[in-house]
Design a protein around this ligand. Structure first.
Ligand code: HEC
Length: 284
């Protein structure tokens, strides 16, 4: 068969583009698509470990594709060899020098940071999310779906007697969230940060960083009563398999009234821009 003389898209850049597209799809498209599929109101980002696995699989796929024939392999390597082999002057020569200097430095830095003695964390034996104790399981956030009685009482107190109940519900939700946000900034911000991303001014002082609520591995994976339990009992109430050898999370029982804890819970999901996991047996 004659090789056709038409110009092919360079295989090296094709492969780079394929990996980039896979990365972008999982990074930006997948969270939005999953949001539509499960009917949530916010995108559901993939955890970092999954992103790593998918990108690694894409690289592996590209590797398999390139090594299926000599011709592909040669075409793939051609630009690399031209780049390293030299010959071209000007800007390419400068970029080549930069890459040739940066590469060994990068390897040196990675090796150094792996080998240098560092503080050891016991991450592998710690269970981050132990089972929720039974007595908390059945609880519900009274402010997320307030019943009519609560709304009527609220309307009375605020002198909104002749307002439609649906409208009262909106005013109620707004007010509760505002109170929750205030309480969060007063009590939780020092550690969890004003944007709930564990960047509070005190956070740097703890070896176990306060939970970053914007990370899909923290409060988005648990139901609301779980968060209520953590706020009530803090680090002290954790079972042995999760014993935080030096977690600074305080126990707020007796410090913050339960009603206010539920308001704070609404606020911390809202500030972090995430939603709680739905309880298994209770679908809307
Ligand atoms: C003194 C610092 C500090 C303060 C103040 C603090 N926390 Fe924490 N919090 C932590 C630390 C540290 C962790 C991580 C501990 C762990 O994973 O066991 C944590 C973990 C949590 C968790 C568990 C998250 C998970 O995924 O398991 C919740 C929920 C939480 N905090 C809520 C709050 C709320 C709400 C407030 C305010 C009322 C608050 N925290 C105030 C330090 C703090």
């Amino acid at each position: 068969m004659n090789e056709s003389p038409k110009k092919e898209f360079p295989i090296f850049w094709g492969c780079a583009l394929a990996v980039l597209v896979v990365y972008l799809v999982f990074k930006f498209a997948a969270p939005v698509i999953s949001m539509w599929i499960v009917g949530r109101t916010r995108p559901l980002p993939l955890p970092r470990t999954l992103m790593f696995i998918y990108t690694a699989l894409a690289l592996l796929g590209v590797g398999l594709f390139v090594t299926t024939s000599e011709r592909k392999m040669d075409a793939f390597m051609a630009p690399v060899i031209t780049f390293i082999g030299g010959g071209q002057g000007g800007i390419i020569a400068i970029i080549r020098m930069a890459v040739l200097v940066a590469f060994p430095l990068l390897i040196g830095w990675v090796t150094f940071s792996k080998a240098a003695p560092a503080v050891q964390y016991l991450t592998s034996i710690r269970v981050q999310h132990p089972t929720l104790p039974g007595k908390f399981e059945k609880l519900e956030n009274p402010f997320r779906n307030p019943d009519d009685a609560r709304l009527k009482k609220f309307a009375e107190e605020k002198g909104l007697g002749n307002m439609e109940l649906a409208k009262v519900k909106e005013v109620f939700a707004e007010q509760v969230l505002a109170e929750g946000r205030g309480l969060f900034q007063i009590n939780c911000r020092p550690c969890h940060g004003s944007r709930a991303n564990s960047n509070g001014p005190m956070a740097w002082g703890f070896r176990l960083r306060p939970a970053d609520f914007t990370d899909p591995g923290t409060i988005p994976t648990v139901v609301e009563p779980y968060v209520f339990w953590r706020i009530n009992e803090g680090a002290f109430g954790l079972p042995a398999e999760s014993t935080p050898w030096d977690s600074a999370m305080p126990s707020w029982r007796g410090e913050i009234p339960e009603e206010n804890m539920w308001k704070i819970i609404l606020a911390d999901y809202d500030i972090a821009g995430v939603t709680p996991r739905m309880p298994e047996k209770h679908h809307e």
